[in-house]
Design a protein around this ligand. Structure first.
Ligand code: GLU
Ligand code: MG
Length: 437
């Protein structure tokens, strides 16, 4: 262990890169009130490295990264390494006023709106897939051998995640080469999104110490399965009673659930600009990749944008508490606070408008003929980041959720990624994003 340990005060930026500043851990207490300095233009730095050409920020201005002490994470070191310690921060003005581009603020306000207007709270779990970058031949999908091949990385990851407070539930090999998944227990609102940030940093850090890179990029190989982020949502009332289950309705989805789902489906195209926002994201969201083959809600169907996972009587947990909606259209290039905040606001929009129940699809969307696809309201996801950004620009409701400064900064970052991607073929692009995420 080194004599001086460091704790990082960090935020998750618009491209979902975690950035910040570190200080000796012994001085953290003295920094909790005022945080550390930050610069507005940092929010226009793209995942590729440079400040976006199109940015609302100049060289002026000062901000603070203000630690949220409840989010402090510490993962003990193995010998010869230092402990991983960081605290998630809000981005605020020097006088403590929330900054209008702070992603945690965006989510907090979305959750507050839902709670104030309908007394509804959101319980959420981000389900992440990732791949180890390795030239070694892959073991068979889901196999025990695939789990053991990088041993002791699996148990080390679980140990670190337990210490980091993200409550990992399982460790398993997924379908693609060297692909793994670690589902975590759900948490309420902001804490659920915090868990997504913490999980990725811990997995990358522990893997780094085992000399292998863990990548959460949406697609490493255009010919293979991608790395999804599936956002599992449950709704509860102020007293904690579950609100999504109604055995008398199609799919056992309550009226509240139907309206919430309809809101998300209705804004699906614009939402994709916030949930799957890299130049490689759309390629993952093609039919037959078990990501999102179609914009619809369906029961136990891995081609639907919104899946209703099966109720499992074997668990003994009452069905109402098991019921959730799984949004399958996100990936790790999305800022989890913006993605979840936008899903919450889309659901809220469906509640306000009392939207009619979306039909619950009961088959693979790709077998529908055109007439049935229309009847079921099944459409395709935008097929490029360009199309997603156009959908966002054209959806006044979704666009209106983002304060103008946040919208300008966000679109600036995304446009500059698009521009950089223009002349690069998809395989090379996948490699570049794999090195970043
Ligand atoms: N890898 C798939 C995706 O890109 C998800 C597979 C699954 O876990 O259902 O979303
Ligand atoms: Mg999976």
């Amino acid at each position: 262990m080194s004599a001086t340990e460091l704790v990082a005060l960090v935020c998750c930026d618009l491209g979902s890169i975690v950035r910040g500043r570190s200080l000796p851990t012994a001085q953290l207490g003295a920094r909790l009130q005022a945080g550390v300095g930050w610069v507005p233009a940092n929010m226009s730095i793209t995942p590729l490295g440079a400040v976006a050409e199109q940015t609302p920020f100049g060289s002026t201005g000062d901000l603070r990264l203000l630690p949220d002490a409840e989010t402090q994470v510490r993962v003990e070191a193995r010998s010869g390494e230092s402990a991983l310690e960081f605290v998630l921060c809000d981005i605020v003005e020097p006088d403590g006023t929330p900054w209008e581009c702070c992603p945690r603020r965006f989510l907090r306000e979305a959750l507050d709106d839902l709670s104030r207007e309908y007394g509804i709270r959101v319980i959420v779990s981000f389900e992440h897939e990732f791949q180890l970058i390795s030239d070694a031949p892959a073991a068979p999908p889901f196999s025990l051998e695939a789990q053991r091949r990088f041993d002791p990385l699996g148990p080390e990851l679980m140990r670190a995640l337990l210490q980091g407070g993200v409550q990992p539930e399982l460790f398993f090999a997924e379908y693609a080469p060297h692909q793994f998944e670690i589902p975590v227990s759900p948490a309420e609102g902001l804490a659920g999104a915090d868990r997504s940030v913490v999980l990725k940093e811990i997995v990358r850090d522990v893997s780094r110490h085992h000399d292998v890179r863990a990548s959460f990029a949406p697609l490493l190989d255009p010919a293979s399965a991608g790395n999804g982020v599936h956002i599992h949502l449950s709704l509860i009332d102020a007293a904690g009673r579950p609100l999504l289950f109604d055995a008398s309705r199609p799919g056992c989805l309550s009226e509240v659930g139907e309206r919430f789902a309809a809101g998300i489906l209705g804004h699906a195209d614009a939402l994709s600009a916030l949930t799957a926002p890299s130049p490689v994201s759309a390629m993952r969201l093609m039919p037959h990749r078990w990501s999102v083959g179609a914009v619809c809600v369906a029961r136990a169907n891995r081609e639907a944008l919104l899946r209703i996972p099966s109720i499992v009587p074997l668990t003994g947990v009452e069905p109402a508490s098991q019921m959730r909606l799984e949004y399958r259209g996100a990936d790790a290039t999305a800022n989890p606070y913006l993605a979840l905040g936008a899903l919450v606001l889309a659901g809220l929009d469906g509640l306000r408008a009392k939207l009619p129940a979306p039909p619950i699809l009961d088959r693979d969307p790709s077998v529908l003929d055109e007439a049935d696809a229309t009847r079921y309201g099944v459409g395709a996801m935008p097929d490029s980041l360009e199309a997603s950004l156009e959908a966002l620009a054209g959806d006044n409701t979704v666009r209106g959720w983002l304060k103008p400064l946040l919208y300008d900064a966000y679109v600036g970052v995304k446009r500059s990624e698009l521009q950089a991607a223009e002349a690069i073929d998809i395989s090379e692009l996948c490699r570049r994003y794999a090195a970043i995420y």
